[in-house]
Structures are given as structure tokens and as C-alpha cells.
Design a protein around this ligand. Structure first.
Ligand SMILES: Cc1ncc(COP(=O)(O)O)c(C=O)c1O
Length: 392
């Protein structure tokens, strides 16, 4: 009964961890959940109010497939003011979260068998979305030693006549790495010169701690012309459940993507869209407060690993994840290293992490610090106890 596509979807490892967490919690266990991929803050009050007002004002009917005109203009202004990139409203398509933005972009650009280059470690949904859109994923390994930054040398080795798209996620889920302008410029100029599309997923762009963020289309006109920019409000203003994402690209591609979306979902929720105008215009202070809290947590975690020296990390520069190297534990755990690490620590110490294998890197686990400082501190102490026990 199932199609080949449906059968090819890998069951989500993250889902199996979260259902075990739920099960243990329902048994009254004190679980520290550091596996979560969404902000631990509530949506700012002004956005919630704007959502309620949209319902009262009856903004509850069909709208344009590409999204509300006022919102698209607000997105264009945000991109100009914050990222230094110029788009007109008709280059923007509002989507049901960044996931749908990526899906629209790949449906609009891939023919069967076209290759998409995906640097590891990658966000779990990319290979599945690429496959659903008829593409073939070609992974390029990046290294802990280079801070998980894709190098031009490695990229070049994987380009073929069939390479249509290269996906760059900056800041990265799961490593928290952030590319510098020079690093991006080298890779993206090379790709643009060869007519390859850059799918730039910048959903974590507001959550950076050390250096200024560089948006890929701001690099040069040629790079701009070859980029499909993916962004949204899920992470920056804690709106994961509202489902608000967008693409910014050429008018031609935007028209194609709006056409695709018109048949798939119509458009994103009108109430969400109305509230998103407030999120873009009136929530700078909320964003800054949240980022300052993430930074405090990041600094605490980095200090913990530096002092402890039990396991190694590359200090993250953005997003709210840290990728922990567990390769030194191979002789203590079973062959499916990151899976067995995560199930053992969950059962023994009641701490949840995500196995690195779901991001294409079995030597690591992902810890999320979208959690309270108390949970982070407790979780790290339990991690330390787990490793000490394991090595006994
Ligand atoms: C790198 C990356 N891109 C896209 C998304 C999807 O975002 P949304 O919830 O807006 O669909 C996520 C969510 O975890 C993500 O981590």
C-alpha cells in the first residue's frame, strides 16, 4: 500500500527519544531533558496579543498564497535593516515554518536525480525532505578540527555535473558553529560562479554570541542571484507552534514557489501571519533578552567542559546546541555508539540527549541548552557521574 517514497522515510530517532522521555516522566521519574530543539521561552506577550486581535478582527479567511502583503513588506524591511540584503515584497513567500520553505525551494528546483550537497553534521530533516522532493543527497563530512566548517577543498571533491543545490545551515543545528564572512564568501562565490544554487538556512541567525552574523545573499550580487534564503520566526521569537517561515529569492522562483504552495497548503495561517508583523516590528527587546540568556548558558557549559576535561566539545558560537564528542567512549559502549550512549544515560542518569547518528555523526551527541540553568547544571553533573561510572 505504501509508496516507495513513504517507505524510504527514516523513522525519527529524536521522536523515539522523546517518547521514552514522556514514558519515564509518566512513571514519575525526574528527567532532565536536554534533547529539545525549540526555545524554552513562551512567545512574547505582544505577539500573543496580536494573534488574539487577528481572531477578533476576523482575519480568518483565505489570503494570497505567497502571504499577506503587509507581512511580506515587513520581512523585506527586516532583511534590509538587519541583514543588508535588498528584496522586494514579491520576492518573499511566507510558509508554514522553515520546513515548508525548504520543501517549496527543493520542489521548485530539483529534477529527479539532481544532487544536493549536504555537509555533515546536518539537521535531521534535510535528507528526508531532499528525498521526498526527488533529489539525491551527497554528504560532505566536516571535521571537529575545523570547527565543523565546510571547506572549499572538501566541497570541490563532491561537485559533479548533477550538483544542483548546496545546503548551508548557518548557525548550525546540531553543532552551533557559525561561519565567518570570509568562509562563506569563499564557498558561495565558487558555487555561484558555477551556477549552483545555495540553499541558505539561516533560521538561527538571531542567536549568535561572538561575531556578527553574515547573511549569505549579502556577500555579492552574484551570490545573491544564486541563493534561496530560508528563515522564519520559530527560533528567534519562540514561535515554533505558530508555523511561520519564509523564503527570499528571485521573483521568478518566488512565483513558482507560491504556485506550488497554493496547491499544497494554500498559505500559512492568517492569524500567525498577522502576529508575525508584530514579531518583526516590536520584539527586538524580547529577542535580545532571550539571546543574552542563551549566551550565559553557553558560557557556563563551555566553562564546565574546560574544567572537567572528561569529554571534548567545540565551543558553540550560536543556536542553542552543543555537540559533545563521545568517540573516546567506544570501548565502553556497544557498536551503535551514540544510540547506546543516549539510551544508557537516559536509563541510568535520567538525562536525555540526541544521538549524533541522527545528524550523520555517530561519534557525537547533541545537548540542547534551551533548558533552565538548573536543568543544565544538573544534567551536566549527571553526565559527569555517568562517565565516571562507565569507566569504573
Ligand atoms: C536547521 C533547522 N532548519 C529548519 C528548522 C525548521 O524550522 P520550523 O519549525 O520553522 O519549520 C529547524 C527546526 O528545528 C532547524 O533546526
Amino acid at each position: 500500500m505504501l509508496s516507495i517514497k513513504a517507505k524510504s522515510i527514516t523513522p525519527s530517532i529524536t521522536m523515539s527519544i522523546s517518547s521514552r522521555v514522556k514514558e519515564l516522566k509518566s512513571q514519575g521519574e525526574d528527567i532532565i531533558n536536554l534533547s529539545i530543539g525549540e526555545p524554552d521561552f513562551t512567545t512574547p506577550e505582544a505577539i500573543k496579543k496580536a494573534g488574539c486581535k487577528a481572531i477578533e478582527d476576523n482575519i480568518t479567511k483565505y489570503d494570497a498564497a505567497a502571504g499577506n502583503a503587509v507581512l511580506r513588506q515587513a520581512i523585506a524591511e527586516k532583511l534590509k535593516d538587519e541583514n543588508g540584503v535588498h528584496y522586494t515584497a514579491d520576492q518573499i513567500v511566507v510558509t508554514n515554518g522553515a520546513k515548508q520553505a525548504i520543501t517549496n525551494a527543493l520542489i521548485a528546483t530539483l529534477d529527479p536525480g539532481d544532487e544536493v550537497i549536504l555537509p555533515t553534521p546536518y539537521w535531521v530533516s534535510y535528507p528526508e525532505i531532499i528525498a521526498l522532493c526527488g533529489g539525491v543527497t551527497k554528504v560532505v563530512k566536516t571535521d571537529k578540527a575545523t570547527g565543523f566548517i565546510l571547506t572549499l577543498e572538501d566541497l570541490k571533491k563532491h561537485i559533479t555535473a548533477k550538483t544542483k543545490v548546496v545546503l548551508i545551515n548557518n548557525p548550525s543545528n546540531p553543532t552551533g558553529n557559525v561561519y565567518s564572512q570570509d568562509e562563506l564568501s569563499e564557498i558561495c562565490t565558487y558555487l555561484a560562479d558555477r551556477g549552483i544554487i545555495i540553499l541558505a538556512d539561516e533560521i538561527y541567525e538571531r542567536i549568535v554570541f561572538d561575531e556578527p552574523f553574515c547573511s549569505i545573499p549579502s556577500i555579492s550580487q552574484k551570490v545573491y542571484d544564486h541563493t534561496i534564503l530560508i528563515n522564519g520566526l520559530s527560533k528567534s521569537v519562540s514561535m515554533t507552534g505558530w508555523r511561520m517561515g519564509y523564503t527570499a529569492t528571485s521573483q521568478k522562483l518566488a512565483k513558482a514557489m507560491a504556485g506550488i504552495q497554493s496547491h499544497l497548503t494554500g498559505h500559512s495561517c492568517t492569524i500567525t501571519q498577522a502576529a508575525s508583523i508584530t514579531a518583526l516590528k516590536d520584539c527586538e527587546n524580547d529577542i535580545e533578552e532571550m539571546v543574552a540568556i542563551y549566551k550565559k548558558r553557553r558560557d557556563f557549559i563551555v566553562r564546565f567542559f574546560q574544567d572537567w576535561k572528561g569529554l571534548d566539545i567545540v565551543p558553540p558560537k550560536g543556536a542553542f546546541y552543543v555537540f559533545i564528542d563521545i568517540s573516546s567512549l567506544r570501548s565502553y559502549l556497544s557498536e551503535d555508539l551514540s544510540m547506546s550512549f543516549c539510551s544508557e544515560i537516559l536509563e541510568q542518569q535520567k538525562v536525555a540527549f540526541v544521538p549524533g547518528i541522527s545528524f550523520g555523526e555517530d561519534d557525537f551527541v547533541r545537548m540542547s541548552y534551551a533548558a533552565s540553568m538548573e536543568d543544565i547544571e544538573q544534567g551536566l553533573n549527571r553526565l559527569k557521574a555517568f562517565i565516571e561510572n562507565l569507566k569504573k
